[in-house]
Design a protein around this ligand. Structure first.
Ligand SMILES: Nc1nc2c(ncn2[C@@H]2O[C@H](COP(=O)(O)OP(=O)(O)OP(=O)(O)O)[C@@H](O)[C@H]2O)c(=O)[nH]1
Ligand SMILES: C=C(OP(=O)(O)O)C(=O)O
Length: 212
């Protein structure tokens, strides 16, 4: 099965506010972009992925991520993460009516293409499925098969929201890189320990991260 991924990215100057104790205000936009670049590069390199659509209004991110092979979808004026994902999924389905779709967070700097392929193969067994984030209460990937709607419920407690919505939770060993999103300094240390991609490695080399 060949998937289309929908990756949401808010304007870089507003991104990653919970990293304020780890990265100064002037550094956070570049760090958020680096996370997205490593995420998109790994997604594009995944054998199970036919197309990557990034939903963003950020011009710099759009330029850099298009250069990696992503299709850019302008954000919806409705605003908010779930509206952006539903909008992106709608645009994708207009172009490819029966493509399976997976929403993927843009903050997975350790993402490995092989692990993403394992998660997508498992997701393909169910009409809707999701993967919890490494911290536990969140979600990093939500998938819908060829005939299913995404119905995203990202945000606080999205793991239980996705479970309640009827999506199947994927419990898989060996897919840490798909679960390790980065919201806090501790998350960044965990991602660096897994091994991040080249964009995040370059930017985080300039940060003094205690404990890393
Ligand atoms: N296109 C789009 N993406 C969004 C929007 N809100 C959040 N996102 C993206 O959704 C993912 C999770 O977002 P959040 O956890 O809310 O924001 P964040 O920038 O990762 O972190 P914080 O600022 O610390 O909350 C990230 O990839 C964001 O860039 C939105 O309104 N539009
Ligand atoms: C929006 C989510 O991600 P984050 O952990 O980045 O807030 C989520 O887990 O639903």
């Amino acid at each position: 099965m060949q998937w289309t991924l929908v990756i949401p990215l808010k304007p870089l100057t507003r991104a990653k506010s919970r990293l304020s104790d780890t990265a100064a205000e002037g550094v956070r936009p570049g760090l958020a972009l680096a996370f997205a670049q490593d995420t998109v590069a790994a997604a594009v390199a995944c054998a199970a992925v036919a197309d990557v659509a990034v939903v963003t209004d950020d011009e710099r991110a759009a330029r850099e991520l298009a250069a990696l092979g992503a299709r850019i979808v302008p954000d919806t004026p409705a605003g908010g993460l779930n509206a952006a994902l539903a909008h992106g999924a709608g645009v994708v389905r207009e172009m490819r009516p029966r493509t399976p779709i997976a929403a993927l967070n843009a903050d997975l700097p350790a993402l490995r293409p092989m692990e993403l392929a394992v998660v997508l193969a498992a997701a393909g067994e169910f009409p809707r499925a999701f993967l919890a984030d490494a911290a536990g209460p969140g979600t990093t990937l939500l998938a819908a098969g060829p005939n299913g709607e995404l119905r995203p419920e990202f945000g606080p407690d999205s793991r239980s929201r996705h479970r309640i919505s009827g999506a199947r939770e994927l419990e898989l060993p060996g897919v840490d890189s798909v679960r390790q999103d980065v919201d806090t300094g501790d998350d960044l240390r965990a991602a660096l320990a897994l091994g991040v991609g080249p964009y995040t490695a370059a930017v985080s080399a300039g940060l003094l991260i205690p404990g890393s």
